[in-house]
Design a protein. Structure first.
Lengths: 414, 157
């Protein structure tokens, strides 16, 4: 049996209520952590090899270490609950079934970095979950895990839910900050990094929901055990979201490094009906597509990078032989054309232009030269935008064009 | 008549504003609240929110036009949002959208004459494991097929 660090209580009645959570030894990590020196907690998180679950996989402990210890400004924690990456559903499960484990992570991270205010930025569509979080926050406050002098430690923390209103780009960390400040979600130029100049120009940590929910686990089981569950420098489990043409779509918490084949065929039950596997997007839509014969890859950051794809948010999208890659390309390009914030010209113009061409491709009103234009435009976005959305669009588009060019060309010839 | 917040909503605004070191940061949550109160955020609503937060109406306009959930036009009593993203497409979202179009007789972006339904196609709703999926107002519906859609929509008064 593999470890269930985050999903143990998914599906347990009232698992989101604090009395149920406390019965399962909940909040013991907070109680223990508040007795440890903040810098030792950061060391422990580094040793555990906890990498960010939001997409980029940056080591969480290292990120926390970048925040200045001495500053006369307040510091902030922003919890990224925007969950906008297509194929990604895991944070919804954590927040629905296990909000208090997330809060434990928020409390411990804030204590370690010296933060007294945290905001959970949650996508607007998750209205019911936002309400559930508010109720759970009230419970945690009533039990003395939030507010003033938490568990008699002298440490204070306020946590607020801040709702978004529909914009994929606001999941990008600097756009999230702008949005939280009450502006359009246009990403900022980095550096300065949020660790020094973030929310309201103050030092800020931004972490994904799943990243933070892992923090109490590390306190409970220890850095070594956590690290060993996963891979070297990439510890723990991932909640893999599996969607598309499989028998049992859903979320599966498995060790980092489980192979994509096992996830699809062992855990998600294999292909639905008589469908045959054609392609897999392994880490949310922005992750370059893999073909059916590339799925023996272990699902960790390094292994997927070697395959020129990425683990990203670990949202796995399974595409069958009956789905046309032209349709996939159309959906992908429509998405980025719609979600580009418009700030950088290569991304604003590039994505809209590519989508226009792809619509012609789909309607068979295009030629092979148009396919080259798509690639040229995508290449012109790579590395040329303020935020990674330009790359996040270009990479999957280029991968589809490269690996499925024959299919797309034959579509044009039909 | 220009729109006014109810007493209850004003109390909520106060609570929201208190969370942030700058009033302007309350803009998005207050707009979401206004959207719920008035069903849309058009010029009048923008002005109201601007006055309450002490910022210029143009700042409010800038923000409203950025976020897809802040609709400027009134929409129907039931807002059907059909996901058109990847997992849902793989699982046949397009056929379902066709079915809904025919059933309620409008295209995406339109509202039925009686004001009962509005229809939109949207990007990923974060519920891919239950593809194909849609939202009606704040509720999620997944693993859809035509029969299920009929059942859901026929129940709406
Ligand atoms: C276009 C774009 C969208 C993103 N959307 C999300 C998101 O919805 N949720 C998330 O946690 N991270 C998202 N990210 C990643 C964040 O920028 C950031 O890396 C992350 O929140 C950091 O937290 P972590 O280190 O714990 O993963 C997105 C990045 C980009 C470029």
């Amino acid at each position: 049996m593999s470890e269930k660090y985050l999903s143990r209580n998914f599906g347990v009645t009232d698992s989101h209520k604090i009395e149920v959570y406390l019965k399962g030894n909940g909040y013991s990590a907070v109680r223990n952590a508040l007795k440890i020196k903040p810098e030792n907690i950061i060391e422990e998180i580094k040793k555990a090899g906890l990498r960010g679950r939001g997409g980029a996989g940056f080591p969480a402990g290292v990120k926390w270490g970048f925040v200045p210890k001495k500053t006369d400004k307040p510091k902030y924690l922003c919890v990224n609950a925007d969950e906008g990456e297509p194929g990604t559903v895991k944070d919804r499960y954590i927040m629905t079934h296990n909000p208090h484990q997330l809060f434990e992570g928020i409390i411990i991270a804030s204590y370690a970095v010296g933060i007294n205010t945290a905001f959970i930025y949650i996508r607007g569509e998750y209205e019911n979950i936002a309400q559930r979080l508010e109720e759970a926050l009230d419970e945690a406050r009533a039990e003395g895990f939030l507010g003033k002098n938490i568990q008699g430690s002298g440490f204070n923390l306020d946590v607020y839910v801040h709702r978004g209103a529909g914009a994929y780009i606001c999941g990008e960390e600097t756009a999230l900050l702008e949005s939280l400040e009450g502006k359009r979600g246009n990403p900022r130029l980095k550096p300065p990094f949020p660790a020094s100049v973030g929310l309201f120009n103050c030092p800020t940590v931004i972490n994904n929901v799943e990243t933070l929910a892992n923090v109490p686990v590390i306190i409970n089981v220890g850095a070594d055990a956590f690290q060993k569950t996963g891979q070297k420098g990439d510890g723990g489990t991932r909640i893999f979201g599996v969607s598309g043409m499989v028998k049992k779509p859903g979320v599966y918490e498995l060790p980092v490094g489980t192979t994509l084949r096992d996830i699809i065929f062992k855990h998600a039950g294999g292909m639905k009906g008589s469908r045959r596997l054609k392609a897999v997007i392994p880490g949310g839509m922005s992750a370059p597509v893999l073909t059916a014969d590339e799925i023996d890859v272990p699902m960790d950051f390094e292994s997927l990078m070697e395959k020129k794809s990425m683990l990203g948010s670990a949202g796995i999208i399974v595409i069958d032989q009956e789905t046309s890659m032209v349709d996939v390309l159309k959906v992908v390009t429509k998405f980025y054309a719609h979600e580009s914030c418009g700030q950088c010209t290569p991304c604003r113009i590039g994505n809209a232009w590519i989508y226009r061409i792809v619509k012609r491709v789909a309607a068979r009103e295009a030629g092979k030269r148009d396919l080259d234009t798509i690639c040229r435009l995508a290449n012109n976005m790579l590395g040329k935008t303020l935020c990674p959305l330009g790359d996040a669009a270009a990479m999957p588009i280029l991968a589809i064009m490269k690996k499925f060019r024959t299919e797309i060309e034959s579509h044009l010839e039909q | 008549m220009s729109p006014q917040f109810s007493e209850k909503a004003l109390k909520q605004v106060e609570k929201i504003v208190a969370r942030y070191p700058h009033k302007e940061a309350a803009l998005l949550p207050v707009l979401v609240l206004a959207r719920r109160e008035f069903g849309r955020i058009a010029e009048e609503e923008e002005k109201l929110v601007a006055a309450i937060l002490g910022i210029k109406p143009i700042k409010v306009r800038e923000v409203v036009t950025f976020y897809s959930m802040l609709n400027r036009e009134k929409i129907g009593k039931y807002h059907i949002q059909v996901c058109s993203n990847i997992s849902c497409t793989v699982m046949g979202a397009e056929t379902l959208l066709d079915h809904i179009r025919k059933k309620i007789g409008i295209e995406p972006g339109q509202t039925t004459e009686d004001g009962k339904f509005s229809l939109s196609t949207v990007e990923c709703l974060g519920a891919c494991e239950m593809a194909p999926c849609m939202m009606v107002n704040e509720h999620y519906y997944g693993n859809l097929d035509k029969k299920k859609i009929d059942k859901i929509l026929d129940k709406m008064e």
